[in-house]
Design a protein around this ligand. Structure first.
Ligand SMILES: Nc1nc2c(ncn2[C@@H]2O[C@H](COP(=O)(O)OP(=O)(O)OP(=O)(O)O)[C@@H](O)[C@H]2O)c(=O)[nH]1
Ligand SMILES: [Mg+2]
Length: 458
């Protein structure tokens, strides 16, 4: 693979601030590449060239004229024992944007180039320290917004996904080898396996690939979070429930029907996931212009939400409008919530086979039951275990899908007695697609687009 033009130049020595901007006790500036030690030697008061690998040294960063810029701790990690696989120097200077910027500028002046986002991880990938799926996991780990996303990223970083893909590749490569031997020496027939065995092996791999691909549904939930919409007639307690779930007085609550006019949103963390919680205007017939627009928004929020909590007031008989509304909700993504169970309950019967919960938003009763119902609706089979491999990225999902299609075509071809060279070409396509996931035979454009989404300094 060649990496000879901008933005990524493999042989450059790159530098960036690796800590977030703003005030902080310390900031870390990372320098990596063939010249990292020489650059550090120029800007630091100690003999960096003589420093042993994995040692820390106190000293000063000085300007070209010898003026002190900052007192720092300097760490040396020599190739290949570093994150990037290149000589790496990390400088811990005082935090704060001006000090940090001056130290970085001095390093750039001494010969390093400002790194692009993700370029340290790209170096690590090009040096074989991480495969592509692992490098992507690093960014996912940083960006994880909930425990399950963190768990999935850690697992991918450890190489669990890469190992599964490697397993598919190994089996498919063996099959290709047998098929190609058959193309070369047709008179000898399929010497190493019967046709049924070959088809059987391919079908097994196909099944495993399909299983892995299907985890993307969960993966998306974990990675992107879900929207959770509170809906129902006016005054049923939607805003009260929003406040109860958030544990703060986010929304205005009054006894006047039609209090909430606009959509209100906030972040909610629940059972290892993150949600976008949306409170809506109570839906009813009205000619009032502002409320009408609010209701239009409520309906559209219900349509686009991943989950709906549909509230009914358990303390009063259901109105016609409650019933009509209930008819219109998409049941598969709705939990029916009876609110105000602290008040006397009229006996109501409605037809509802989906999930439901009974609560009092005001008195904070039944919230655990409600959370349980939400959990159940999301994870019909329970949340993924620590061992289960879940794919969380669209890119992986797509490549797996293409691999599955090619594998299926190969199987169909074998069954129909199509010439083995066509079958082996389908399997090679399948192998290529799998390779894209871990980064073998991947184009520079794709690499650039993947790594450019990373944080600067990572
Ligand atoms: N007793 C009792 N009162 C409740 C409960 N939940 C809400 N209320 C009361 O019901 C009234 C309406 O509550 P809201 O949370 O504003 O209702 P809403 O569904 O957001 O109403 P709109 O914004 O008008 O659509 C307020 O007076 C609340 O105090 C409950 O669980 N028990
Ligand atoms: Mg409200």
């Amino acid at each position: 693979m060649h990496f000879n033009h901008r933005p990524f130049q493999k042989n450059d020595t790159i530098a960036a601030v690796a800590t977030p901007p703003g005030e902080g006790a310390i900031a870390v500036i990372r320098v990596s590449g063939k010249e990292a030690i020489d650059v550090a030697e120029k800007v630091f008061t100690g003999k960096v060239r003589d420093f042993k690998t994995h040692t820390a040294h106190y000293g000063h960063i000085v300007s070209a004229l010898g003026e002190t810029i900052d007192g720092v701790l300097l760490l040396v990690m020599r190739a290949p024992r570093s994150y990037t696989g290149e000589d790496t120097v990390e400088i811990q200077c005082h935090g704060g944007s001006i000090v940090t910027r001056r130290v970085l500028e001095r390093i750039l002046e001494a010969g390093a180039r400002a790194a692009q986002p993700g370029e340290f991880s790209l170096q690590a990938f090009l040096n074989g320290k991480l495969d592509l799926a692992q490098a992507e996991a690093v960014q996912q780990l940083i960006a994880a917004r909930n425990e399950l996303a963190l768990q999935a990223a850690e697992q991918q970083l450890q190489g669990a996904l890469s190992k599964a893909i490697g397993g598919f590749q190994q089996g498919l490569t063996e099959t290709v080898a047998i098929l190609e031997a058959w193309v070369d020496f047709p008179e000898e027939g399929l010497e190493f396996a019967t046709m049924d065995e070959l088809i059987g092996q391919l079908e097994e791999t196909l099944g495993q690939m399909r299983h892995l691909q299907a985890t993307f549904q969960e993966g998306k939930t974990i990675h992107q979070g879900l929207s959770l919409c509170l809906a129902g007639s006016p005054n049923v307690g939607k805003s009260s429930l929003m406040n109860a779930l958030l544990g703060k007085e986010r929304a205005i609550v009054t006894e006047i029907a039609g209090t909430t006019r606009d959509l209100l949103e906030d972040d909610l963390r629940l059972s290892g996931l993150h949600f976008r919680l949306i409170d809506t205007a109570g839906i009813r017939d009205t000619e009032e212009i502002v409320e009408k627009e609010g209701i239009r928004r409520s309906k559209s929020a219900m349509q686009s939400a991943d989950l709906i909590l549909f509230l009914l007031d358990a303390s009063r008989p259901l109105s016609e409008s409650d019933r009509t509304l209930l008819e219109s909700v998409p049941r598969e993504k709705t939990i029916l919530v009876w609110n105000k169970i602290d008040l006397q309950k009229p006996s109501e019967t409605i037809e509802w086979t989906g999930s439901s919960a009974s609560i009092s938003a005001k008195e904070r009763i039944g919230l655990d039951e409600l959370k349980g119902a939400i959990d159940q609706l999301i994870w019909r089979k329970g949340p993924p275990s620590k061992e289960e491999i879940v794919i969380t990225q669209q890119r992986h999902f797509q490549a797996l899908g293409n691999a599955i299609d090619s594998c299926q075509t190969a199987i169909d071809g074998l069954k129909q007695g199509i010439s083995p060279e066509f079958v082996s070409s389908d399997l090679r396509n399948c192998l290529n697609e799998l390779g894209m996931i871990i980064g073998t035979n991947i184009s520079e454009d794709i690499l650039t687009s993947i790594f450019s989404k990373f944080c600067l300094g990572k």
